[in-house]
Design a protein around this ligand. Structure first.
Ligand SMILES: Cc1cc2nc3c(=O)[nH]c(=O)nc-3n(C[C@H](O)[C@H](O)[C@H](O)COP(=O)(O)OP(=O)(O)OC[C@H]3O[C@@H](n4cnc5c(N)ncnc54)[C@H](O)[C@@H]3O)c2cc1C
Length: 337
């Protein structure tokens, strides 16, 4: 690993001033729990001169009741979120916390969750092995090609791919999208908020070097989840290749409210492990509105959500796998009380 200096800012504003202005300029990088950044540094994927340690900033961790929203500080560890969600102390938020608990428990291992933070989880870099191996000058590292397109692509995208075919690795990004959560970003000129859904960006929509809309000199300070969304029935399902800790081959976050007649009144259907961003199925959600839960609605949702899937040579299995998870999620949500 290249030697580096450690900066210990005392405020988010001070941290932003230590960061470079442009994406791709890696002279300084933020450090939270270090579960991804340090691996990247050891693999020579990023070689910052300065590591800006967010742990020296007071007040960035913690979960608060803000009245109409739940605020989760960026430096909150996944273990803290897990313990908090298990207790679910905020009235009316029990269903949302139950789904977040399912999602956070599915992330990595207890040891990793004890260090990894929410901000780091949302900003972690892709797991595609062409990106992770120093020897491959892939599109994500400023090269001209996504090697997975013709190469080993068992774990890559079937939806929204091109020119890069990564899948976003964050499970919490998928769950938080289904809960209409927002991220707060602090930069040198002020603070802005956006939906988690809008925070992530497809490679075709912008710079393939990046997965999010965060500026190089911004810090993600917190996530806010509206209590109205926490009150909806929600479920999380993740399919892994092995029982031990692993990233999703596919996941589904479903959040729904039923109308008085039992039909779907309000639905969020978000897929993970299949696209370069959390993949929200807006069209499918609309088609479910007003329909009775049951076999017909389930088949419609499965077919519609995967209608645009374009599997690569080795990942066609993700289509039936994701359909199966959608079917299971629609069944399970009927059992949520
Ligand atoms: C073996 C293993 C298995 C894993 N399995 C899963 C899994 O199943 N599901 C899953 O979702 N994740 C998984 N992870 C990823 C793990 O959850 C992340 O590595 C972790 O959440 C990163 O958090 P961190 O605080 O350690 O971030 P760091 O490593 O400190 O930072 C990660 C990135 O985010 C940036 N960053 C950190 N905080 C902020 C902030 N507040 N604002 C802006 N940028 C920031 C850093 O600059 C860096 O680029 C796994 C990791 C490992 C090592």
């Amino acid at each position: 690993m290249k030697p580096f200096e450690m900066a210990l800012p005392r405020s988010v504003e001070e941290a932003t001033r230590l960061l470079p202005d442009t994406i791709g300029d890696d002279r300084a990088r933020l450090l939270a729990g270090g579960q991804d950044l340090l691996t990247e540094m050891k693999e020579h994927l990023v070689e910052p001169d300065v590591v800006v340690n967010l742990k020296s900033v007071p007040g960035l961790a913690g979960i608060e009741d803000e009245g109409s929203a739940v605020r989760i500080g960026a430096l909150t560890t996944l273990a803290t979120l897990e313990a908090f969600a298990a207790q679910s102390p905020f009235e009316g938020c029990e269903r949302g916390f139950r789904m977040l608990l399912e999602a956070v428990e599915s992330v990595a291992s207890p040891q990793i969750r004890s260090q990894a933070t929410l901000g780091g989880n949302l900003n972690q870099r892709p797991r595609c092995w062409y990106y992770r191996m120093e020897q491959f000058p892939c599109l994500k590292k400023g090269g001209t090609e996504c090697f997975s397109y013709y190469g080993k692509n068992r774990y890559n995208a079937i939806l929204g791919g091109g020119p890069s075919y990564i899948v976003h690795p964050s499970d919490l990004a998928v769950a938080l999208t289904a809960l209409d959560a927002e991220v707060e970003l602090v930069g040198p000129t002020g603070t802005r908020s956006m939906l988690v859904e809008d925070f992530f960006v497809l490679p075709s929509e912008g710079d393939p070097l990046r997965e999010t809309r965060i500026a190089a000199n911004e810090v993600l300070s917190c996530v806010r989840i509206p209590k109205a969304s926490m009150a909806r029935k929600s479920v999380w399902l993740k399919f892994k290749e092995r029982d031990a800790y692993d990233f999703a081959l596919a996941s589904v976050a479903l959040s729904a409210e039923h109308a008085g007649d039992g039909s779907y009144g309000d639905v969020r259907l978000v897929l993970g492990g299949v696209a370069p961003t959390p993949w929200r199925c807006h069209r499918t959600e609309k088609k479910l509105l007003g329909r009775e839960p049951g076999e017909d609605a389930s088949v419609l949702a499965q077919e519609d959500a995967l209608a645009e899937a374009e599997p690569l040579s080795e990942n066609g299995y993700k289509v039936p796998l994701t359909k199966g998870l959608i079917a299971q999620a629609l069944l399970r949500i009927e059992e949520v009380r």
